[in-house]
Write a protein that binds this ligand. Structure first.
Ligand code: GDP
Length: 217
């Protein structure tokens, strides 16, 4: 990186930090598309297998302890949770329903698929999705379905590794390389992956900057 690029990167990180330190409020839970808010501002969506660390990451990102709540019961997760960022409103974060519950009934999986597919295909203000992948496991079959849906809907997305503190540095480097190789094969995927740890704060400033970059792109 040149000194100029380094300075631009530092400025982007500081700008993102300020935005996320400002007002962020829960707007609503939308169980179906007719309940979505008016599409007036850009939206950035977060997707991931249940237990991947999505709530923890949203809380770390926004510097709040209980903005996003962990969904313990599978039945309660079939909703798109909306958060307003900025006052005046600048953009929205969308917490997508988790997937990959081992014991999920078939009709629940089907409902998830319809809701997510309709959302991805019918939301022009959706600027980017961030797909969370556990650093310990890498991309699993349940994630592949999500990535395929994004590629088919032509929604730009970026993979974020979670719980990076749970693996050794060498294993993190290996999963990062494998995931990057997979991302390069996918048409709508950003080629660079962001490793994060909500627990340690690792990658959080970079993720904030990536969100703002997507909002303003
Ligand atoms: P969600 O179901 O995707 O919203 O996942 P949660 O955010 O509720 O996290 C699932 C579990 O993983 C919880 O027990 C968290 O404490 C844990 N967890 C989440 N993020 C991290 C992390 O960065 N590091 C570690 N060590 N644990 C994490």
């Amino acid at each position: 990186m040149t000194a100029e690029e380094e300075a631009a990167r530092a400025a982007a990180i500081e700008k993102a930090r300020r935005i996320f330190a400002g007002p962020i409020t829960f707007l609503k839970s939308a169980p179906a598309l007719e309940f979505l808010p008016d599409a007036t501002v850009p939206e950035i969506a977060f997707a991931g297998r249940s237990n991947v660390g999505k709530s923890s990451l949203l809380n770390a990102l926004t510097g709040r302890t209980s903005l996003a709540r962990t969904s313990v019961t599978p039945g309660r997760t079939q909703e798109l949770n909306y958060f307003d960022v900025g006052n005046p409103l600048f953009f929205r974060l969308v917490d997508m329903p988790g997937y990959g519950f081992a014991k999920a009934p078939k009709d629940m999986v089907r409902r998830w698929r319809y809701l997510v597919n309709d959302f991805l295909r019918g939301r022009p203000v959706l600027k980017r999705a961030l797909v969370l992948i556990d650093s310990r496991h890498g991309i699993k079959d349940v994630d592949t379905e999500m990535l395929d849906m994004l590629d088919k809907a032509a929604v730009s997305y970026r993979i974020v590794l979670t719980k990076a503190d749970k693996v050794k540095a060498t294993d993190l480097a290996a999963v990062l390389a494998r995931t990057e190789a997979e991302a390069r094969k996918r048409p709508a995927a950003h080629p660079e992956i962001i490793p994060t740890s909500s627990e340690k704060g690792m990658g959080i400033p970079e993720l904030r900057a990536a969100v703002i970059e997507a909002v303003t792109a």
